[in-house]
Design a protein around this ligand. Structure first.
Ligand code: IVH
Length: 667
């Protein structure tokens, strides 16, 4: 090792120790970053100094340093309720989905712990590994960090399944959080951030010095079922040595409000932060039938406590231009602490909202924050002297093009299209972001930097960046190692599944869910592209087929057609396709499923509730559409079926009775 490199490593080690372990920083962030950068540069220039692990050992940015673990059963989030009415609607949805009568539903109610979710896998009754939630499909491997905690069992009894994943929440108590913050200069904003910051440490010895706790509350993958109810599952977890929240209770639907009230009263005295109550259907067979919609289960809801509020000065109203050209106003505020989080911006949605709330620059406003939702302005507390109504711009603040508002829309949009720098860069940022291409290191800052430098004009240019690696390495703040990392991150994304590709294009109204629906329906990139081109013609079979995909509909079909009617969009897509491998949409069903890849139409009144029938078919890999065509494989007819049943017979499409359909989907 060269003398300077050894010196750098020693200084970084000392700084790490001081900051993470002793909680007394000995240098500023900027100084620390400079040391790390110099060490990384020297290492890249002279690999013989040691391997990259030498630098890793002395700490690195956590998110990039962890191995990834794939969740065989995705880790999902929860839908929220904010009132008894919302909770009632949630129960109503369950009843409708299952086709149930008015009899009461039974739940397990548990405090919603404000920490970070974790999944612990056991194999042959031994603890194997632990992963954070990550993006829900892949999390970070935090096994070594978990092993420093004594709040979970290392072995399970032999009665437990051979492979089982137990999920729960890692959190920090209020007292441990206060003690930690007192002992260090850099403060965590709240116990949740402190728990996350402590667990996601590359150096597990730092985690060991932080006091973290764990409540177990959910199931992941399991080689054999454990119990028939969630309540019994919680009892079993306790028998196995996990801590289950002692306030959890089995309740009838009618007791939900009083349970919520009692937990609300206890909240301030609890030794840990909670932000609501999670209600979960107790019967696990019912949970399976209910399944999931989007990223959340149908069988559970998080009923959140009322949001936290504060008042502050509205300093200015700024206009942001999004990737679809939408002009969105946001309020810049004098920073204020709302329930433990420093808030500087609040959303204002659109120009009508500003007028409706009669908000002017200089007003003292009341704002609220609920969970992770962007803070909102509730109204004016003290109007500014000589206040002037806010004049919403008629032109794009970025490119100066006219900003127009369709009569049926609340949003004003810039008409600049590709000449609008904001739209172009926002699209590029979206393209590289999570859920889309997810290119590590290509965040907002880098996209803007490369755009300004002329390295990046359109999405295909991203995949040409590796050819400019030397140029990037020479840029200020980069260096060989960072440039090589970026190349590797880009190369890792040259293969992409079709749903992510479609989502990445940033087409209006095509979010992750709609992208999945399209990918599942059309199967391959070539088929999707050809079908979309054909669908640009109003009234064509392809347009009708697109509009009849369940969940898409005619409005979204129009947006897609508008996108494909633009030659420059097609040129971009084709160039991307030539640079990438776009894999066919994954089928959610096993190939043995009789419904895999089939197109189904339901018609008439079924005894099974329609949403359940649809979800069951989709879970087995079928596509459900609304209208019958030659491409339909099955039409399931219930009572009083009308024209669709007739059309099926005319077209020679196979007609199934409900009983035949039930037999096909029986698990
Ligand atoms: S159940 C499929 N139970 O809340 C749903 N989640 O907003 C699995 N959380 O990601 C989650 N306390 O991190 C569940 N008692 C509890 C919880 C809980 C806190 C968190 C969890 C989840 C988030 C969703």
């Amino acid at each position: 090792m060269s003398k300077r490199f050894a010196e750098l490593i020693a200084q970084i080690k000392a700084a790490n120790e001081a900051y993470h372990a002793d909680d007394t920083p000995i240098m500023s962030d900027a100084e620390y970053d400079a040391l790390r950068r110099e060490a990384a540069e020297r290492l890249a220039a002279n690999p013989e100094l040691g391997d990259a692990a030498a630098l890793e050992q002395v700490g690195a940015a956590p998110a990039t340093g962890f191995a990834k673990i794939t969740h065989n059963v995705p880790m999902l989030s929860l839908d929220n309720a904010f009132s008894a009415e919302d909770f009632g609607e949630f129960c109503g949805r369950i009843r409708r989905f299952l086709g149930l009568d008015a009899s009461a539903l039974h739940f397990v109610a548990e405090p919603k712990i404000d920490g970070l979710s974790i999944s612990l896998t056991y194999e042959n009754h031994q603890f194997l590994h632990a992963a954070t939630r990550g993006d829900g499909t892949q999390g970070e491997d935090v096994t070594r960090n978990l092993l420093t905690m004594d709040c979970f069992p290392r072995t399970l009894p032999t009665s437990a399944p051979l492979r089982i994943e137990i999920r729960g929440e890692v959190y920090m108590t209020k007292a441990d959080f206060l003690a930690l913050n007192e002992s260090q200069e850099r403060k965590f904003a709240n116990p949740r951030n402190a728990a996350a910051g402590s667990l996601r440490q590359l150096d597990a010895s730092i985690t060991a010095k932080r006091r973290l706790s764990l409540f177990a509350y959910a199931q992941g993958e399991s080689s054999t079922p454990v119990t028939a109810t969630h309540w019994d599952y919680l009892q079993t977890l306790q028998e196995w040595g996990f801590t289950v929240n002692p306030l959890s209770k089995r309740i009838a639907e009618t007791d939900a409000t009083s349970f919520m009230d009692s937990i609300g009263e206890a909240r301030a005295q609890l030794p840990y932060d909670i932000d609501g109550v999670v209600f979960k259907i107790d019967d696990l067979a019912l949970q399976t039938r209910l399944g999931f919609v989007g990223r959340a289960p149908r069988w559970a809801i998080a009923w959140k406590f009322p949001a936290e509020r504060a008042t502050t000065l509205l300093e200015d109203i700024e206009i942001q231009v999004g990737r679809t050209g939408a002009l969105t106003p946001r309020a810049r505020l004098t920073p204020v602490n709302v329930g433990g989080v420093l808030v500087q911006y609040a959303t204002l949605h659109n120009e009508d909202e500003i007028a409706r709330k009669n908000i002017c620059i200089g007003d003292i406003v009341e704002l609220q924050r609920a969970g992770d939702v962007i803070p909102q302005i509730l109204g004016v507390v003290t109007p500014a002297p000589n206040r002037q109504p806010f004049a919403f711009p008629s032109h794009c603040p970025v490119c100066g093009s006219l900003a127009v508002r369709d009569s049926d829309e609340a949003v004003r949009r810039c008409t600049g299209g590709l000449i609008c720098q904001a739209q172009v860069t926002e699209r590029l940022i979206h393209f590289c972001a999570r859920g889309a291409f997810d290119i590590e290191g290509m965040g907002e800052k880098t996209v803007l930097e490369f755009y300004a430098a002329g390295l990046l004009k359109s999405a295909p240019d991203i995949f040409k960046l590796p050819a400019h690696e030397a140029e990037i390495a020479a840029r200020e703040g980069w260096g060989k190692l960072s440039a090589a990392n970026l190349t590797a991150a880009i190369e890792a994304r040259r293969s992409i599944p079709l749903p992510r590709f479609i989502f990445a294009l940033g087409i209006r109204r095509i979010g992750e869910n709609n992208a999945k629906l399209l990918a599942r329906h059309y199967g391959s990139f070539a088929n999707w592209r050809a079908s979309m081109m054909a669908a640009t013609e109003i009234g064509s079979d392809a347009r009708l087929e697109l509009g009849s995909i369940s969940g898409i509909g005619p409005t979204i079909a129009t947006d897609l057609a508008a996108f494909f009617a633009e030659p420059h969009n097609i040129a971009t897509i084709d160039e991307l396709a030539s640079l990438l491998t776009i894999s066919d949409a994954p089928s959610t069903a096993t190939s043995s499923s009789p419904l895999a890849g089939k197109t189904i139409v339901f018609t008439g009144t079924l005894s099974m509730a329609r949403p359940e029938a649809k979800a069951r078919a989709e879970a087995l890999g079928a596509k459900v559409t609304e209208s019958v065509s030659k491409k339909t494989d099955f039409v399931v007819v219930g009572e009083d079926a009308g024209s669709k049943a007739k059309k099926a017979v005319e077209l020679g499409v196979r007609v199934l009775s409900e009983a035949e359909f039930q037999a096909l989907v029986a698990i």
